[in-house]
Ligand binder design. Structure first.
Ligand SMILES: *Cc1c(COP(=O)(O)O)cnc(C)c1O
Length: 440
């Protein structure tokens, strides 16, 4: 009679869920999902939830998208996977060519892995190895930004500034230098976001003046530090960072795992600063949210530093599923949809609808720092009570909306298929959930 309950019980007995204190499920139910369609998820009792956070920021064109499904079915009849050392296949070649073209040909070499953290690891290793191959083995330090998030494997965690995720493993990490955040919420009253960004970049300049000879790379999340609670900065910070990295010969790694693939309004977030990184990390949305896939794109210059008769100069990193054919094919189908539907243009209208629908929320007396960057909309809740995020999520679920605040930050990051009716529902339910959480 109660399908959800039965599956929840079995899952809790056998599955160790990610990013979860399992004991919290004594109070908070787990939600078994039976199927999805478009922006909707449906549980085992037939209840529907609007996936307003794109299933942890990965889904772009809805669940069970007919076009991506068809591409995968076609691919299944050809080849599902093969090793990418010594072999190659059509989807990985096409995907690499198309991604390179999207960077205007500046990042023409794609290295593949399966998840975002591995992409971070690859970019960090490649950068250090580049300097070593270039006769500068002392350049092996990393710079990262306050509250930044780049994944949770040990290398990625060492450039991640989230104490809750780091503390237990502190002795395993090689610390990076952390730069002050350019998040505009920290600007002085009356100070423009752009001026604040440039002021904060002063710390980068000061650090590089002293330590450039020991610094391999700066890693950044362009425009929006999502895991920090949708912390947004002005593109002027990125422009200045690019100038400084050029001046002091330090790589710029753009971690666009969350903000790439159209999320901020341009296909890549760094385009809004009119710069190119030395390494570009993509994952999450790249496969449309279908299959684990990540890639690191880099320049001819980096690639050539590894090109040699000496295998010790090669980038010997690998993962068993590197360049998985099904995942690459899902990514190709995703890029097809971007082109065929002119998604970036459609998203401009969609983002404007989202903003308009949130007028009441924006005026709510407890809402602060209402902000938007393309298809990311966020606000902070003033004087949020203890346990706010969990309780808000439950109130939203009770209203048929999947939302997962980060501390006191409520954000919407819907797939690029939400229509005006769904947007209206989302805004209304988010408002009601806010009042219910604050009253309760
Ligand atoms: C999610 C995320 C990662 C890590 O990706 P995983 O696939 O979860 O390992 C890295 N960087 C950013 C900016 C992310 O949002």
């Amino acid at each position: 009679m109660n399908g959800n309950h039965e599956f929840m019980r079995r899952s809790l007995a056998a599955v160790w869920h990610p990013c979860t204190q399992m004991k919290s499920h004594e109070r908070v139910p787990l939600v078994p999902i039976r199927r999805g369609e478009g922006a909707w998820l449906e549980d085992f009792d037939g209840r529907r939830y609007l996936d307003a956070i794109s299933s942890w920021w990965v889904n772009l064109f809805g669940h069970c998208n007919p076009r991506i499904n068809a591409a995968l079915q076609d691919q299944l009849a050809r080849i599902e996977h093969l090793m990418l050392a010594g072999f190659t296949h059509e989807p990985v070649v096409q995907l690499s060519e198309r991604l390179a073209a999207l960077t205007g040909g500046t990042l023409g070499h794609c290295f593949y892995a399966s998840d975002g953290a591995s992409a971070t690891e690859i970019a960090l290793k490649m950068s250090v190895h580049y300097w070593r191959n270039s006769g500068r083995p002392g350049k092996d330090g990393f710079l990262a930004i306050e509250d930044g998030y780049h994944g949770e494997t040990l290398g990625a965690l060492s450039v991640t500034d989230v104490p809750l995720f780091r503390e237990a493993y502190a002795t395993l990490l090689r610390p990076a230098h952390t730069l002050p955040s350019p998040d505009w919420r920290r600007a002085q009253p009356g100070e423009r976001a752009q001026d604040f960004a440039l002021r904060q970049a002063g710390a980068l300049e000061a650090h590089l003046e002293r330590h450039h000879a020991r610094t391999a790379a700066l890693i950044v999340e362009p425009l929006v530090q999502c895991a920090a609670g949708m912390a947004m900065h002005h593109p002027a910070w990125l422009r200045r960072a690019r100038e400084l990295c050029d001046r002091f010969e330090v790589h710029l790694i753009a971690d666009e795992i969350a903000v790439g693939c159209g999320r901020t309004g341009t296909f890549f977030a760094h385009e809004q600063a009119h710069i190119r990184p030395d390494f570009l990390c993509l994952s999450k949305g790249i496969s449309g949210g279908y299959l684990p896939l990540s890639t690191v794109l880099t320049t001819d210059r980096v690639y050539e530093a590894f090109y040699s008769d000496d295998s010790a100069r090669a980038f010997l990193h690998s993962h068993s599923y590197t360049g998985n054919a099904l995942a690459c094919r899902a990514a190709l189908a995703t890029l097809d949809i971007f082109e065929q539907d002119d998604v970036l243009a459609a998203n401009r209208a969609r983002a404007a609808s989202l903003s308009a629908a949130c007028a009441a929320l924006r005026a709510h007396p407890r809402v602060r720092h209402f902000r938007q960057c393309g298809m990311i909309l966020a606000f902070d809740v003033a004087d949020a009570p203890a346990g706010f995020a969990r309780r808000y999520a439950q109130e939203a679920m009770a209203r048929g909306i999947l939302l997962r605040p980060i501390a006191d930050c409520v954000y919407f990051m819907p797939p690029y298929v939400v229509d005006d009716d769904q947007i209206a529902l989302l805004a209304k339910a988010a408002f009601a959930a806010l009042d219910a959480t604050l009253e309760g």
